[in-house]
Design a protein around this ligand. Structure first.
Ligand code: ADP
Length: 403
């Protein structure tokens, strides 16, 4: 069966068509600038063939979905002859609140529940819903599945997910830690055990998902027990443009001094902070590294803050799990930036984690493959496992529609 994986953002639609026989990606595409005043852009690759459209106004997600299906069925540069070849569609949905701890087949009740979670994911959930509804409209006979970014973290115990504010805010509004990147944490924590040929039972794993958005998770017996992102993805590590954890009083302090609203401060903390806000030049770790290697003080500070933050989380999760058996790096920075991994693991020998410099260095710069990067005598195994959220979404979708 061929499964279409859709990741609908507020102004973009990313997709992959995966042939589940051999789990091969047969088409990859992106439709950008949906609903924007300027013309949009579409690019799709199928093998070496590139299909591109630019200069057309893309009014909404229905139009973007039609463009996606047209490109997929293009006689020269497409991947399928007809839409009926698509067995099902799997959608990435940001926030499932406490309603979803697993992926589900989309029906009216599921859509209502995703809608009810909009206050928790105000930017993404409406876009995810638009993606689902656009597919329903354009391909009404094809089953749709929703896969939630929050679902994997639903196994956290209350002591990990509750915040120390009066409990009524939890009961009334669901204010608590939810965590994100769950599909990635689930894929990597499962895959690392398959790769080593061991059972997840008895394993205490720390997953470091380091990308433009970053989060860590602590996984015991294959289940998440803690994670660094919170009610929203703003919490936790310093990220590309997000500040990560700070004293909440900073919000009030800046709002009062700069005459800003809370929303404006939060916007600044989401979009102008992190590596960009401290380093001053870019949210991309490659730029920060280049500047820091050139002794730019702000870039060096941004990098130091990121490394220090990761080390502190690793230490606290090791304490929370009463030990650690594996530390796994994934996502853009985790998979490609060997120097960053080296910085993080320096001084971690107290934990029983010893990096092999040679193994680490050979797993870098776009050549990331699954590999062990610790020494043979390291008590804690350190690994790189490239994440694959799309395959996880496709597998969930296949499983649900063939049940
Ligand atoms: P997102 O959260 O948007 O999915 P990614 O997982 O793609 O982000 O990660 C983006 C980060 O990964 C950037 O900071 C970038 O510097 C880093 N990165 C991506 N590819 C490479 C590479 N080949 N070498 C070094 N760093 C990389």
């Amino acid at each position: 069966m061929k499964i279409l994986v859709v990741n609908a953002g507020s102004s973009s639609l990313k997709y992959q068509l995966i042939d589940m026989e051999g789990e091969k990606v047969i088409a990859k595409g992106l439709v950008e600038r949906i609903g924007m005043p300027q013309p949009g852009h579409q690019k799709q690759t199928v093998g070496g063939k590139v299909y591109e459209v630019s200069g057309v106004m893309i009014e909404n997600h229905v139009q973007a979905t039609e463009m996606m299906l047209k490109a997929l069925q293009d006689p020269e540069k497409g991947a399928i002859r007809s839409m009926v070849e698509i067995g099902a569609v799997g959608h990435r949905v940001l926030h499932g609140g406490t309603k979803f701890s697993e992926s589900v087949i989309v029906n009216d009740k599921v859509k209502d529940a995703i809608r009810e979670c909009i206050p928790l994911g105000p930017l993404h959930n409406p876009a995810n819903l638009m993606g689902i509804e656009a597919c329903e409209k354009v391909m009404p006979e094809t089953p749709q599945v929703a896969v939630f970014d929050t679902a994997f973290h639903q196994t956290m115990p209350p002591k990990a997910y509750m915040y120390g504010v009066p409990k009524k805010y939890f009961t009334q509004y669901g204010v608590r830690k939810y965590g994100f990147h769950g599909t990635s944490h689930r894929y990597v924590s499962k895959r690392v055990c398959e790769f080593l040929g061991i059972s997840p039972m008895g394993q205490r794993i720390i997953i470091c998902h380091l990308g433009n958005g970053s989060s860590l998770s602590a996984v015991v017996d294959g289940k998440c027990v803690d994670t660094s992102m919170g009610l929203t993805p703003l919490d936790g590590l310093l990220m590309g443009t997000r500040c990560g954890t700070l004293d909440p009083a900073v919000v009030q302090f800046i709002a009062n001094n700069e005459n800003m609203t809370v929303d404006e401060v939060l916007n600044m903390m989401n979009k102008q902070s992190g590596l960009l806000g401290i380093g001053g030049k870019s949210n991309d770790m490659r730029d920060v590294d280049a500047a820091a290697d050139n002794y730019d003080g702000d870039a060096m500070l941004a990098r130091d803050m990121l490394v220090y933050g990761i080390q502190k989380y690793i230490g606290s999760y090791a304490a929370a799990m009463h030990g650690v058996d594996m530390i796994v790096f994934t996502a853009g920075i985790g998979e490609n930036n060997a120097a960053l991994r080296e910085r993080v693991m320096t001084g971690m020998e107290w934990l029983g984690a010893k990096l092999s410099h040679a193994r680490n260095a050979s797993c870098a710069d776009g050549k990331a493959t699954e590999c062990v990067i610790s020494t043979d005598d390291s008590k804690v195994k350190i690994l790189v496992i490239p994440t694959n959220e799309e395959i996880m979404i496709a597998r969930d979708t296949l499983e649900l529609v063939t049940k």
